[in-house]
Ligand binder design. Structure first.
Ligand SMILES: Cc1cc2nc3c(=O)[nH]c(=O)nc-3n(C[C@H](O)[C@H](O)[C@H](O)COP(=O)(O)OP(=O)(O)OC[C@H]3O[C@@H](n4cnc5c(N)ncnc54)[C@H](O)[C@@H]3O)c2cc1C
Length: 503
């Protein structure tokens, strides 16, 4: 065995969870190696350019990066906060919700009191309900100790983990429109009525109420700076290195092997890939068939279609907020859309033109799409470093969907018509191929209040030197995944110790 390929920690996947875990452990003096199948690091943090304009492939805005807020403190500890260039969203609306043909745009604002103040003119009789909602959201954050960077007990979470989102909103207000407006950006967590836990909604929305920012020029900056920090602490990232095997001998994982049969030996392994992908590479008899069946049988969050558009300069006014639209006044119908109803929803993300302040240089539209719409191309693969044309029928499919989406966008944004210079579309297959997430699922495993034990994945596994991190453990999103990286690394450093360092 060559010592060159021997590490204290081998991490599979360079998503945010893998890179941040790598930095935290390298700062503790461990020799860390991250193995990434793609050419670009970062997973969902990847960016690409079209007509020299930078587009985020996934992450368009981030909660909790403001001074003193949780993510700011974690990224400061990781050594990247002062390098990131942030652009703040409108204080009075980070998101605006639009329902059906109703022309009204309902704001969701930063600041707890401001959130209520901005919505009150639209719901004058609902002051108490709005205050109760804020109280309920904060109460959830208080029950998730790591969101307050404190060491707590699992019982705290357990006390609120069973609350359903739709049920909680109904208990707060009988006003159906307000319930829909409060859940109008449910694309942020791919919420499903009667299944999505209230904590998922509350932790995500609370972070944006604290502070909402975009990373300029794109979210790949986070990955770039984490990679630099990792290198500064002696760590290494191997790109174009797809792990195909994690081999267990005598009760421990001994090495990771890539497609080219190179081996990476380690004392400790961390998987930053979807648990189903991990099962596919694990060579061990230590996992019971029942566990494998449970993981492989879990429902996933829905996938998506994204249209990225470069705009003619000075034609489309800039919005410093995102717009979430639902075809139906019932925001829970979008995940179960039927053929003919697509697109059932969209989110719009604008990027300002530095040469034409007040105007957007680009806009991206994200909407739900079932993986079943693209299964005829299931056996194709197309990503940088492994390019394959999926064929004419696929190109025609993307064009047809692009037209449908544009027709749906024009009534609210007529200025888009004739002012799109260039565009590109991503489908569930694009997300699957670039992140390795099965069926291109937006946020991985669907959390379900009806199956709490089954859909919550722990950082530890039955193999003592194999830990999990990333969006399938605890929570997705930049904040959720960063919190999980702390939980994963604390298994090796101790929680009190690590939190003490971050604080
Ligand atoms: C369309 C979309 C929009 C989003 N928008 C936002 C947003 O605005 N704000 C926000 O906070 N969050 C957003 N999210 C969620 C957020 O991006 C993710 O939750 C988070 O980035 C996931 O990080 P992760 O560490 O779990 O890993 P991932 O980003 O899933 O990365 C996993 C990595 O593992 C690699 N990998 C997979 N298999 C292998 C293998 N066999 N060998 C080696 N490497 C492998 C992949 O290539 C990838 O790099 C969005 C997600 C999506 C899909």
């Amino acid at each position: 065995m060559s010592t060159a390929n021997t590490y204290d920690v081998v991490i599979v996947g360079s998503g945010l969870g893998g890179l941040l875990s790598g930095v935290i452990l390298a700062k503790e003096g461990m020799k860390v190696c991250v193995l990434e199948k793609d050419k670009q690091v970062g997973g969902c943090l990847q960016t690409f350019s079209l007509q020299k304009k930078v587009f985020d492939s996934c992450v368009h805005y981030i909660g909790g990066l403001g001074e003193g807020h949780t993510l700011n403190r974690i990224f400061s500890y990781a050594g990247i906060m002062d390098k990131l260039k942030l652009k703040a969203f409108d204080r009075d609306a980070f998101d605006k919700i639009a329902l059906g043909d109703d022309e009204m745009l309902y704001p969701q604002a930063q600041g707890f009191d401001n959130f209520t103040e901005q919505l009150l003119p639209y719901f004058p009789g609902e002051k108490q309900a709005l205050q109760d909602y804020i109280k309920a959201v904060k109460n959830i954050g208080d029950h998730f100790p790591l969101y307050r960077l404190r060491n707590g007990s699992a019982d705290e979470k357990a006390a609120v983990a069973g609350l359903g989102l739709t049920q909680t909103l109904q208990s707060i207000t009988g006003n159906n429109l307000l319930q829909n407006v409060l859940a109008g950006n449910n694309l942020l967590y791919a919420g499903v009525a009667e299944r999505t836990p209230f904590y998922l909604h509350a932790l995500v929305i609370e972070s944006y109420m604290h502070s909402s920012h975009k990373i300029v020029p794109g979210s790949s900056q986070i990955a770039k700076f984490l990679w630099q920090e990792l290198q500064a602490h002696g760590g290494v990232v191997y790109r174009n290195t797809e792990v195909t095997k994690l081999v267990e001998e005598n009760g421990s994982i001994v090495y990771a092997e890539n497609r080219e049969h190179e081996r990476f030996y380690g004392k400790q392994f961390i998987a930053n890939v979807h648990p189903q992908v991990l099962l596919g590479m694990l060579q061990t008899s230590m996992l019971r068939p029942a566990y494998r069946n449970r993981i492989n049988g879990l429902a996933q969050t829905i996938s998506s279609f994204m249209l990225n558009m470069v705009l003619k300069p000075g034609t489309v006014p800039m919005r410093h907020y995102n717009i979430y639209w639902h075809r139906s006044g019932n925001v829970w119908e979008a995940t179960a859309y039927r053929a003919g109803q697509w697109p059932a929803n969209y989110a719009l993300f604008f990027t300002e033109d530095a040469a034409n302040p007040g105007y957007a240089e680009s806009v991206s539209a994200l909407c739900y799409m079932h993986y079943e719409e693209v299964t005829q191309w299931h056996d194709t693969e197309n990503r940088t470093g492994n390019e394959h044309d999926r064929g004419e029928a696929y190109t025609a499919f993307k064009e047809e969907k692009t037209e449908k989406l544009l027709e749906t966008l024009y009534p609210r944004l007529p200025e888009l018509k004739g002012n799109i210079i260039s565009h590109s579309a991503a489908t569930p297959l694009t997300y699957r191929d670039y992140t390795g997430t099965p069926a291109g699922s937006l946020y991985g495993i669907l959390k379900d209040i009806n199956k709490p034990a089954e859909t919550q994945i722990a950082t530890r596994t039955r193999i003592p030197n194999l830990l999990l991190t990333g969006q399938n453990v605890n929570l997705h999103g930049v904040l959720g995944v960063s919190i999980t990286a702390i939980a994963t690394c604390a298994e090796l450093t101790g929680m009190e110790y690590l939190l003490g360092k971050i604080k």
